[in-house]
Every structure is written in C-alpha cells, then in structure tokens.
Design a protein around this ligand. Structure first.
Ligand code: NAD
Length: 437
C-alpha cells in the first residue's frame, strides 16, 4: 500500500521505517528540514536500537523517502498516519493538540477522495470526533480513525514490528478493512487486534499509561513507608511481584518515571476527565504524579545528607542523563532533574551517559558532561546512579573506587549489585532501603 507518516520523531520515524519494512511505500513528512534531510540519507535522528539499519535498508529499497510538504503528502496516498507531538500545554496540565490540528488542517485541502487519516499521537478523548467534524467541513471526502501507539523508546522497532496488540478506533467498516490490510503481516503473526470506536481507542492509550504510572508510584510509595519503618522495598517488590495477579514488570522502586509520555499523559488525562465531569474518577492520578515528583526530591535529600548536609564544594559524579536506558531522550528526565538540582545547590556535577549527552547539553547547559565513566566520577565525593543503563551494571566497582574521593554511591534505580559494590569498599544507599550500610 501507499501511505504517509506525518511527524518523524521517536514514533513517526520508526513507524515510517517499519511500514516500509513490511512492504508498503511510504512518504514521511516533517516540518523540520534538518530531520527530513537526515532521514533521506537513511540516518536516524535519534538513538533507537535497530533504526539505522532499518532506514538503510528501506531507503535504499526506494520504498521510503521524506519531505517537508504536507500538500505533497496529501496527494501521495489515501492513507495518512499522524505521529506529531502532543506535549503538555505550557500553562496547564492539559495536552497541547495544536500540532495534530495543524497536520490535519495542512493536508485537508489536498486530500484525495476517500482518504483515511489515522491518528497515532496520544490525544485527549474526543479529539478524533472533533477532527472528524472539522473534516466534514473542509474535506468531506476524508475520514478519521485512531490507532494509538504503544511502542517503548529503546525497543521501538521491535514493538512496532511485533506489537503486543493493535488497537484501532474506526467509524466505518471500510476504515477497519484498510487498517487490517496495512497491518496484515502482524495479524497473520497472531497479534491481537482490537477494533472499536475512536473514543475507546483514544482512552485505551491513556488508561494503559495511567495504569503503568500508578504501578510505579505505588511501589515508590511503599519505598517511603519502608524508609519510615526500617524495611526493604526491593525485597517487598520481589515478594509481591511473585503474585501472578500483580507481576514483576513496572514494580521497580527508585527515582520514578519521566520522559515525554507518562508525566504529561496522566496530567492530560486528569484534565480531560475533569472537563468531562469525571475528574473524581481519576483524581488519584494527581497523587501518582506527586509521589513520582517526590522521589526526585527525596533522592536529592538523601544525596545531600550523605555529603554532610550541603553540596557546597562537593564533587558529584552522575551516571545517566536519558530518561530511560537505550534512549537519548532527555524530555522530563528524572536523572537530569536530580543532577541539576544538585548543581543548583552548589555541587560540581559531571554527568555521563552513553547516548544522550548532546540532548542533555542542549537542555541543561550548566551541567558538565563526559562520555567516559571514570571521568564523571574522578574526585567525586558521591556517585549518583540515575539511569539504569546496562553498562552501569557492568562497571567494576573496585576500579571506580580508585578514582573517587569517597566511595559513596546512591543507587537511585536499585539495579546495581549492592553486595559487589560493598565488597569493593563502597557505601551504598538507596530510597526505601534504610538497612543498607
Ligand atoms: P516527537 O516530538 O519526537 O516528534 C514529533 C515530530 O512531529 C517532530 O519531528 C516535529 O517536527 C513533527 N511535527 C510537528 N508538527 C508537524 C506538522 N504539522 N507536520 C509534520 N511534522 C510535524 O514526538 P514523539 O515522541 O514521536 O511522539 C509523537 C506522539 O506519539 C505523541 O503524541 C506521543 O505522546 C505519542 N507517543 C510517544 C511515544 C514515545 O515513546 N515517544 C510512545 C507512544 C506514543
């Protein structure tokens, strides 16, 4: 099939490449000409495992190219996936859907008769209905559907080619048939396919993210109680996770969630529910958000206490800048929020990250950066482990102990082998584990 992908960020670049990989002919569109230029040269605009290889193959095949022209896109195909950003509004918790609106408006005059415009962006429930009403005025020949995206940065290619489920919200049998066709290889592979109305599809996405965020904040709330009670949250998490009704995933206590999705999605969901008169039903999401933000402050408090009550004249080595491992995304990164708070209190902070240094530098220019772990920790009074990259679990703590001033570690992600670090002479601390010494 011929199709377009509007917006080529973390979601759109991967979606475009994966659609070409499964045999479709794809035109990707972005308003950012540098990004379009990179992609046309088969270079991934972000760190995403497997994406460079996929782009190399699909661009060379002639099935994938990119443009900045929405009008060209509208004329290119009868199927369009909208993957533009939906960030939090600057002055409110609600989602900013202006980029979605601009993409639809930009294409509307040139849409072919019978076109299907499919939203993948995460939007407030009711957005598809609103856009459908708008299209009836400006492009009555076109139809809207919603197909929320569930990929995870760091495994986005795998998640797109082998999704755990596909959810489509449609208003006609024809739209369902088009989407079944486009995803035919996945459906043949047995991927569950949920076909519903657009509002339910929109809600599935924010409900899923709200559930996952709640699970993370639940275990972090338990960490706070463990701190008060002298108990150990990592053992608690393992023990409750064994219950098959609870499960281990997303029960990792620590610094909490960040990134461009969970924080803004739960806020936008609460704001939209409020508008709909259902605010009380999801009022707990405010608490989920508050617990999450508190873990950043608690990590800074723990670090400050460990260096004697003040960061003035202290050197702090930071391991991790990305909001999660295997990504270079630093949007609302808990690691950088902590690193910058420590810097603002007077510490000299050097941050290491395997992939996100450029983005981190642009977002927090006052921090110092290095691509070498021992350099980040050279002369440090304290090391903060803030993003659980696999390579940090492979650090030799005895070697790192030689470069620091004091072998003092906060494992804010609870993924390091505490015993190995202790045996190498480190004093290790973590939230929810007051018994560590
Ligand atoms: P992003 O910011 O990385 O990318 C958005 C892209 O859209 C940018 O390249 C921007 O230049 C482009 N754009 C903006 N307006 C445009 C227009 N009118 N025409 C063409 N291009 C335009 O965003 P993202 O992380 O890829 O997220 C996209 C959407 O998917 C959001 O709604 C997000 O919540 C959702 N989502 C993201 C993830 C994730 O892990 N990043 C996962 C699932 C869903």
């Amino acid at each position: 099939m011929k199709l377009t992908v509007i917006g080529t960020g973390y979601v759109g670049a991967v979606h475009a490449a994966c659609m070409a990989e499964i045999g479709h002919t794809v035109l990707g569109v972005d308003i950012n000409p540098d990004r379009v230029d990179l992609l046309n040269r088969a270079k991934a605009p972000m760190h995403e495992p497997g994406l460079d290889e996929l782009l190399t193959r699909t661009v060379a095949s002639g099935r994938l190219r990119f443009t900045t022209s929405l009008a060209q896109a509208a004329r290119f195909a009868g199927l369009h996936f909208i993957c533009v950003g939906t960030p939090q509004q600057p002055d409110s918790p609600a989602a900013d859907v202006r980029y979605v609106d601009a993409a639809v408006e930009g294409m509307a005059p040139d849409l072919r008769p019978g076109s299907l415009v499919v939203g993948k962006s995460t939007v407030p429930v009711g957005t598809a209905a609103r856009l459908a009403a708008r299209l009836r005025q400006v492009a009555p020949q076109a139809e809207i559907a919603w197909n929320p995206e569930f990929l995870r940065e760091g495994s986005a290619v795998r998640d797109t080619l082998w999704p755990e489920r596909l959810v489509v919200g449609v208003s006609s049998a024809r739209a369902e048939a088009v989407l079944r066709d486009v995803y035919a290889p996945m459906l043949r592979g047995g991927v569950p396919f949920f076909c519903t109305d657009p509002s339910t599809a929109e809600l599935v996405k924010v409900a899923a993210n709200s559930f996952l965020a709640t699970k993370i904040s639940f275990i972090n709330a338990m960490a706070e109680v463990c701190d008060a009670a002298g108990a150990d949250v990592t053992t608690l998490a393992q023990a409750i996770g064994e219950d098959s009704r609870i499960g281990h995933p997303f029960l990792q206590p620590g610094l909490g969630f960040g990134g461009s999705c969970f924080p803004k999605d739960i806020r936008a969901f609460a704001a939209r529910a409020e508008e709909l008169g259902a605010g009380k039903a999801v009022a707990f999401l405010h608490e989920v958000d508050e617990i999450n933000t508190r873990q950043r402050r608690r990590t800074v408090d723990l670090a400050r206490a460990l260096v004697g009550g003040s960061f003035a004249d202290r050197n702090v080595g930071v391991l991790g800048a990305a909001f999660k491992p295997d990504s270079d995304d630093v949007r609302d990164s808990p690691a950088l929020a902590v690193a910058d708070a420590v810097r603002a209190e007077g510490a000299e902070v050097r941050v290491h990250d395997p992939a996100a240094l450029d983005n981190a530098q642009a977002a927090f220019p006052e921090l110092k950066y290095t691509s070498v772990v021992p350099e980040a920790c050279d002369g440090a009074d304290l090391v903060l482990h803030l993003t659980p990259w696999r390579e940090y679990a492979e650090i030799d703590p005895a070697l790192l102990a030689r470069v620091v001033r004091r072998p003092l570690l906060v494992d804010a992600r609870n993924t390091l082998d505490v015993q190995a670090w202790q045996q190498a002479g480190w004093c290790v601390r973590a939230l929810g584990r007051p018994g560590l010494n």
